[in-house]
Design a protein around this ligand. Structure first.
Ligand SMILES: *Cc1c(COP(=O)(O)O)cnc(C)c1O
Length: 443
């Protein structure tokens, strides 16, 4: 008998899937349960580390040294309060890891304040909203057609905090906001916050111009660097804080290649004070010291290898886009070309949408997913397919490998059976690159 009640409010197919899995779980003995959990972990390893290439820029592999810290008996220790004045005792070591991680993040991102007690990028955005807005306030944010994230909109943390989101006007030729139209919108709706930064970033966002607009209407500027943080950390993208953003949030497991988590950085003391109170006593008790230590190791990697890693992500993305276009794939173009970053997109109309295209690629053992483009809509799907290079570069691919990869992508999208070829190539690659560790020690 299943304990979980059905969820009639979710679509029929996932509802049936959950019910079948829950029934199977309910029928297992405790030992069978443990064996099944181990089997699934091994299956996931096979998918992501042995069989497939990840073309999804929203994921990465960690430095094994950082990853090991997630199982180093830190994460179950709560660490309430300020270092030097913790509520619990026995935190002499953990409170030092907390300060080291924040110091390294501040150094890499050119910030005077770094809030690292944040569970995810989505919650980092909630921190930013809590620090700048009151419920009922209006914010202006990039819409999904230029990669705007749900956290800035009604269904996400902005809406959960009862903010009203007005979509920013779009410049489709640059895949970002339209500055002149945004000025008009801002004067009309008087937002408390204007956000920039998206799940796909192809050209530099007009941060300085948006800061001017924000100053005119008394708003603050939040730059969501969930995807661009690696570019910024490696100096391949101008730092939004230096251009005038009041706050920058990011996820730590995408291009940054760290543990799952979020960060908020700022150079504004008043916002830093608010963020401090939001983290403690506001929204955290245990903030996961394991991921904090892993983040600290990740930041050392950025200090030492960041420039090379970011430059290589950009170079391989540009080359892969070029090679795909040369093979006739419909790469989305801006006035500045396919991309200035580590990501780009295909117009997914020939395959019936971005999610449909990613299901074709899954059969080829190539992992990716859909994204919105300012282009003809597709019924029942998003109209773009997003591709990025954080994991490709991390597992050792270079620009020279991109013609071969482009050909596999195009053949995969044509429904050709290339999975075995992809897997044979994937299995020839070992190690994690651009990390501060002798490569011989990595498996
Ligand atoms: C992924 C993403 C987030 C959310 O980050 P999580 O760490 O997954 O919660 C926020 N904003 C943007 C633009 C993103 O792409």
């Amino acid at each position: 008998m299943t304990a979980l009640a059905p969820r009639p409010w979710i679509p029929a197919a996932p509802a049936a899937r959950v019910e079948a899995l829950a029934d199977a779980a309910a029928a297992r003995t405790p030992d069978e349960q443990l064996a099944e959990i181990d089997r699934l972990v091994a299956e996931n390893h096979q998918i992501h580390d042995l069989d497939c290439f990840n073309l999804n820029p929203a994921t990465n592999v960690m430095n094994p040294r950082a990853e090991a810290l997630l199982a180093a008996r830190l994460g179950s220790r709560p660490s309430l309060g300020y270092p030097g004045e913790k509520y619990e005792t026995g935190l002499e070591a953990i409170e030092q890891l907390e300060v080291i991680a924040a110091e390294l993040v501040a150094d890499v991102f050119g910030a005077t304040h770094a809030e690292i007690r944040v569970p995810s990028g989505a919650i980092a955005n909630l921190y930013a909203f809590l620090a700048t807005c009151e419920p009922g306030d209006t914010i202006v944010a990039p819409p999904p057609s230029i990669g705007g994230h749900v956290t800035h909109h009604a269904g996400g943390s902005a809406g959960m905090y009862r903010l009203r989101t007005v979509p920013a006007p779009v410049d489709p030729t640059r895949y970002t906001v339209d500055v002149d139209a945004l000025r008009e919108t801002a004067h009309e709706v008087r937002p408390r916050l204007i956000t920039l930064g998206a799940s796909l970033n192809l050209t530099p966002h007009p941060v300085a111009a948006v800061r001017e607009i924000a100053d005119e209407v008394g708003a603050r500027v939040l730059f969501d660097a969930a995807h661009l943080c690696g570019m910024i950390a490696g100096g391949a993208w101008e730092n939004p804080l230096a251009l005038g953003a009041h706050l920058m949030t990011f996820s730590t497991y995408k291009s940054l290649g760290g543990p799952a988590g979020g960060v908020v950085v700022t150079n504004e003391p008043d916002l830093a004070e608010r963020l401090d109170a939001i983290a403690y006593p506001g929204l955290t008790a245990n903030f996961d010291a394991g991921k904090t230590a892993a983040l600290a190791v990740t930041m050392v990697d950025w200090q030492v290898h960041g420039q090379g890693y970011a430059a290589s992500m950009v170079g391989t993305a540009r080359r892969l886009a070029e090679e795909l276009a040369a093979l006739g794939a419909p790469v989305f173009e801006t006035v500045e070309g396919h991309t200035r970053s580590h990501q780009f997109a295909l117009r997914a109309h020939p395959w019936g949408g971005g999610q449909a295209a990613s299901r074709l690629l899954r059969r080829a053992n190539l992992l990716a997913c859909g994204i919105g483009l300012p282009d003809e809509p597709v019924d029942g799907d998003v109209n773009g397919l997003r591709i990025g290079t954080p994991e490709l570069v991390r597992i050792g691919l270079t620009e020279e490998d991109m013609p071969r990869l482009a050909s596999l992508v195009v053949r995969g999208l044509a429904g050709e059976p290339v999975a075995e070829e992809v897997t044979a190539w994937r299995r020839s690659l070992t190690g994690v690159h651009h990390v501060r560790q002798p490569e011989a020690a990595l498996v």
